[in-house]
Design a protein around this ligand. Structure first.
Ligand code: GLC
Length: 512
């Protein structure tokens, strides 16, 4: 079993935007390799690399043209191998992005399946039986190919759904059972993709839209047939690649029952992560709302349910942000971010820090969409290394996305400032790695009510959080002798009567 995951700290890299060494305006693998020491110095011990595959980039690389090829935009096959071997030599694991549910419309298997005469890949994708069929509940694209019928897509019209079959068949003229030979052949193809990259040295995968495989498969928390497929793939990993991990984009405890080692708790409306830090954008308020309009109790209830459902079998992957989500800055100050990161990464789960969040890079709300990023574009801007041209990301005159022009937020400056967010993140990760309680299953909430301080226990550690601009006192069930071992902001103080006084916008971790 892949034990390394429990103590992993991931750093997510969007390759277009991290470091451009060849000066073409796009980030590249050589650029990432040149920054591995920086990543290691943060305290991360693993990387999640967003899609690096050959792609026409109609959805930021989540439209894969060739699953067995590195995008020339990011470099050569040798650059990829060098990236993996250098990362490993530095003690960094690497998980890749696996896109199992759909390909690019330019994928050669799709083009074969789109031919008008039946062939060996005719059933590799999902097609209706005739060109005027637009089944309810599906996105069907018509008139793009000579094959009779419309193809079903998973996301954009450029991303045809691979055929893993259907569970409940409602229209037998075009829906095949998930147990059919055609559907099973797709599954075997997927296994060949997985084996190919694990043999190249990858340590596992982040699995894109993991719940999307079998159609008509019930609700997100059921998906029995899709789960059956993943359990089959997990069995293959356990026997052939026991150290490899699968982290799903599913955002439901069902993912763990389906065999994933970890599952992302994403920014979905009303889920615990959303209630903790992410209500602002929807005009609602999260627990970290500085004026106290959030509800710690609702967060704690949701988180406990989620955690209890999976704790013995898998992990929650906890994000600072990701390539689909608005960055937390500028919605929060750096002091608030310190408190938020401390809370997120002392909760039970595997931390995922999105590149640039360690320095508080800002979400650029008004950027015009590039490569169908739409609202997500503003979270994908070039990494801000220093005050040079394009924030030190590239020497090109035109870059993939414009670099930040505000020169105050960058890694070089923050490395020199002992109070910076970057140096804080380093100490947080160091602290996390030094305390086995934080990688254990020892966890319970002690206090959660409205905007009052949130208190939770991790073994002999007690974490006390105050999101407000004013100090608060709370019954934290710790002794007056409890020792503060880590803090964001000013240290909380235990009182004689068993309560703790918690300074504004702060988190203190006590050892009892
Ligand atoms: C996932 C990816 C997102 C992509 C979509 C379609 O949600 O994270 O970036 O656009 O799937 O593949």
């Amino acid at each position: 079993m892949s034990n390394w995951l429990k103590s992993a700290i991931f750093y997510e890299i969007y390759p277009n935007s991290y470091m451009d060494l060849n000066g073409d305006g796009y980030g590249d693998l050589k650029g990432i390799t040149s920054k591995l020491d920086y990543i290691k110095s943060l305290g991360a011990n693993a990387i999640w690399l967003n899609p690096h595959y050959d792609s026409p980039f109609m959805d930021g690389g989540y439209d894969v043209r060739d699953y067995f090829k590195v995008s020339p935009r990011f470099g050569t096959e040798a650059d990829f191998d060098e990236f993996i071997s250098t990362a490993h030599a530095k003690g960094l694991r690497v998980i890749l992005d696996l896109v199992p549910g759909h390909t690019s419309e330019q994928n050669p298997d799709f083009l074969k399946s789109a031919e008008p005469v039946r062939n060996e890949l005719y059933d590799r994708f999902i097609w209706t039986s005739h060109e005027w069929q637009f089944p309810e509940g599906f996105k069907a694209i018509s008139g793009r190919h000579n094959r009779k019928g419309n193809y079903i897509v998973n996301y954009y019209s450029t991303q045809p759904s691979l055929n893993y079959g259907f569970n409940n068949i409602t229209e037998p003229d075009w829906q095949m059972p998930y147990t059919s030979d055609a559907a099973k052949a797709t599954r075997e193809w997927l296994k060949s993709v997985i084996r190919f990259w694990l043999n190249r040295g990858a340590d596992g995968f982040r699995v894109d839209m993991a719940d999307s495989l079998v159609k008509n498969d019930g609700s997100q928390s059921e998906k029995p047939a899709t789960s059956e497929i993943w359990r089959d793939i997990r069995a293959m990993l356990d026997s052939e690649y026991p150290d490899a991990v699968l982290v799903s984009e599913w955002s439901n405890p069902q993912a763990i029952r389906a065999g994933f080692h970890a599952d992302f708790m994403l920014d979905h409306h009303g889920n615990p992560y959303n209630m903790l830090v992410r209500h602002e954008e929807a005009g609602k308020h999260s627990y970290f709302d500085i004026e106290g309009r959030g509800d710690g109790a609702a967060f704690a209830k949701g988180f406990t349910e989620w955690y209890e459902a999976i704790k013995d079998k898998g992990n929650i992957a906890i994000i600072s942000c990701n390539h689909d989500t608005p960055r937390l800055a500028p919605f929060y100050s750096h002091d608030q971010l310190k408190a938020i990161y401390t809370t997120l990464f002392t909760l039970p789960g595997v931390p995922f820090m999105y590149y640039g969040d360690e320095i508080g890079m800002k979400y650029k709300k008004d950027l015009p969409s590039v490569e169908c990023g739409f609202g997500r574009t503003g979270s994908r801007t070039p990494m801000q290394w220093n005050t040079q041209k394009n924030a030190g990301f590239s020497s090109a005159d035109r870059t993939f996305l414009p670099a930040e022009t505000d020169k105050t937020v960058n890694a070089e400056a923050q490395l020199k400032d002992k109070n910076s967010l970057l140096n804080f993140v380093k100490s947080l990760f160091e602290f996390r790695k030094s305390r086995k309680e934080l990688c254990s299953n020892d966890f319970e909430f002690v206090h959660a009510a409205g905007a009052e301080p949130l208190v939770f226990r991790r073994g002999i550690l007690t974490v006390v959080v105050n999101p407000l601009a004013v100090k608060q006192t709370v019954a934290a069930e710790i002794s007056q002798k409890a020792k503060p071992v880590f803090c964001a902001g000013k240290e909380a103080k235990p009182n004689k009567n068993g309560t703790v006084t918690v300074p504004p916008v702060s988190v203190t971790v006590f050892e009892n």
